[in-house]
Design a protein around this ligand. Sequence first.
Ligand code: GLN
Length: 549
Amino acid sequence: MSRSNKYLSVETKYIFVTGGVASSLGKGIISSSLARLLLSRGYRVTIQKFDPYINIDSGTLNPYEHGECYVTVDGHEADLDLGHYERFTDIKTTRNNNLTAGRIYQAVINKERRGDYLGKTIQIIPHITDEIKRNIKSLGTKGRYDFVITEIGGTVGDIESTPFLEAVRQLKWELGRNALSLHLTYVPYLEAAKELKTKPTQHSVKQLQAIGIQPDILVLRTEKDIPTSMRRKVAQFCNVAPDAVIQSLDANSIYKVPMMMHEQHLDDLVLRLTGTESKGVADYAAWNEFLRKLDSSTRVVTIGLVGKYVELQDAYKSINESLIQAATYCHHKLNLVYIHSEKLNEENVDERLSDMDGIVVAPGFGQRGVEGKFIALKWCRENDIPTFGICLGMQCMVIEFARNELGLTDANSTEMDPHTPYNVIDLMEEQKSVSNMGGSMRLGAYECWLDPDSTPAKAYGQQIIKERHRHRFEFNNEFLDRFERAGMKCVGENPETGLVEVIEIPSLSWYVGTQYHPEYQSTVLHPNPLFLSFVKAAIKYQEKKDGID
Ligand code: GLN
């Protein structure tokens, strides 16, 4: 046993998920699906992602670059795959579950400056690779988990991924049977030739082998069913057992992938290859019940999502998924319509919004598109359609109300207009001294006390909740009385600071804005109560519109 093995629990198994041929094949979904299956079989599992880019975290990334920034309970600004992990598994991830090359290098450079390396020349191997290994193995210490699943971002062959793959190679060697490599590739279908092609997979595996990693399991992403004979051929070319070549056919819902993997015995395979004792019966009932609802719902609920990143669906990933989950639990299919806030004006708002059953106004930063959000919100308020404002969406609800109901023309957030005469949304006191942009917002889970008579309190079924945040600006409490007298109430606040967390117009059927992001805490097995309540209200609104009521 090598020296570093002394840090490991003998029981912990490490599964490394890599990808080849192309990006966006769904490594996050495969990793999450495997985690789901192992959890359902009674194992303790955690799941982690390494992102090979140099940013310290994804908080400073524009959504156009990398989609949504997901926030963990401990306030880490994470890659959106962490959202998949949580939605599939109910595991609460932390900053230890998502590391970037930037953070690894920063840790090594800090140690070098402290003198920890005692005069040594600092190199990618062994110093960077050791730091990567340390972060993988630290999850497995003290026997906390039976399985640590580690997803390596990027594609085999990328320059950036190389140190991570080298660390995986070393770990596989050190851990022996306690480590497993799962490689996800793509098998394209050539329409002109009417053929599936496995050559890119063979090349990708060769590239992995050249790095020194022999994959144990291959998952082939495909749009067409791959015949057994072809899978056998891949197995033969790639030194993989025939039953360890699994296909991942395109599915109409990502939530079907775990059971698709189970049908091909991926979980059994992992247990067999890692020499893990089977725990007996597995429990997939709740998951299958969700899938049954997903497939059997025929009625449709139409939700409009007003935001400025509508060309890029990943920008609002967690909101999309929360709405799908809520609609499914309400036995409806979700029809999500993206409404570009920059293109909304007084003339077209009625036409754009009137077919909706409910409106979500999205989070965001900066001036672009906010005027369209105000126009949408005025229309929503006047037409009493269920409306849900999230973070910037909630702040826009406040500004629109100030301008049109309190007569505070030019009311604004100081984010958009630092010289507004009515700063109804203002920079938080603690933010005034912040100069570094990275990781410096109000981040992570905070407690919120709800007014017992409010819609949110009824939705959650409790008065004290904890939800996650990502913002620098807040409701300006100097204006609170005026808002409340005019009918917009603060119905949720932080018990320590008095920060307004939730606003509601109780005279309307469902008009709620949250400073927090409930979408970060909605999973397949535990959909967020506020999304459920909102979708129920949207269905009721639709039924009333259609005269069913
Ligand atoms: N830009 C706003 C703030 O920083 C809202 C942030 C958000 O929507 N996540 O307060």
